[in-house]
Write a protein that binds this ligand. Structure first.
Ligand code: ZN
Length: 194
């Protein structure tokens, strides 16, 4: 049976939904859309993100088009368990930056009957699976991969190409440093073409 991730809003059992994709693919917008539906249904929602993500605002999850929702910044995945009280829905944004404990944390919450919605980058700028995201995708009931538009050719894009100098993986989403590219444009841009 196929579930669009958002179908879980109608389920009264725990489960894990992953929303993944490149930068500028609308991951956070999709996360916020699902949370708004849950709130309309009067479900208690709590949102977490790694404290490392300070690009716009330390206490809000902000998408690139500035839709914002309040969130709790945490230093580690385990800290999420300390903050979850009577939440029915737990959302986690920028999940790629969490340590591998995030996998067990999501499983524990889902096993307790909580709907867990996780958004994150599936690949780093080198096109490699990012941090705990592959494991989260494996344990999830539903995985939604969203795509940006390739800025070179207009095809669906899945790579976050970095075109500034730093090699620090933690460098975060400013528009002047990254661009979404499709596979063939990414290969050309990085000189990996065969
Ligand atoms: Zn392209």
């Amino acid at each position: 049976m196929y579930f669009d991730g958002s179908d879980w809003v109608h389920q009264r059992t725990g489960g894990i939904e992953v929303i993944c994709g490149s930068m500028f693919s609308g991951k956070t917008e999709e996360l916020i859309r699902r949370l708004k539906r849950a709130r309309f249904a009067r479900q208690k929602v709590e949102i977490f993100k790694p404290a490392i993500d300070t690009r716009y605002d330390v206490v809000r999850v902000v998408s690139h088009d500035e839709k914002a929702v309040d969130s709790v910044p945490v230093q580690s995945a385990a800290e999420i368990l300390l903050h979850v009280s009577d939440a029915e829905v737990v959302a986690i944004d920028e999940a790629q930056f969490f340590d591998s404990d995030i996998v067990e944390v999501c499983n524990r919450l889902a096993n307790q009957g909580i709907r867990v919605v996780v958004a994150g980058l599936d690949m780093d700028y080198e096109g490699k699976p990012f941090g705990p995201m592959p494991a989260l995708m494996a344990i999830a009931e539903s995985v939604t991969k969203v795509h940006a538009v390739c800025v070179h050719c207009g095809n669906p894009a899945q790579y976050s190409h970095r075109f500034s100098g730093s090699r620090n993986l933690v460098q975060l989403g400013e528009t002047e440093s990254y661009e979404p590219l499709c596979r063939s444009c990414y290969l050309k841009a990085t000189g990996k073409e065969e």
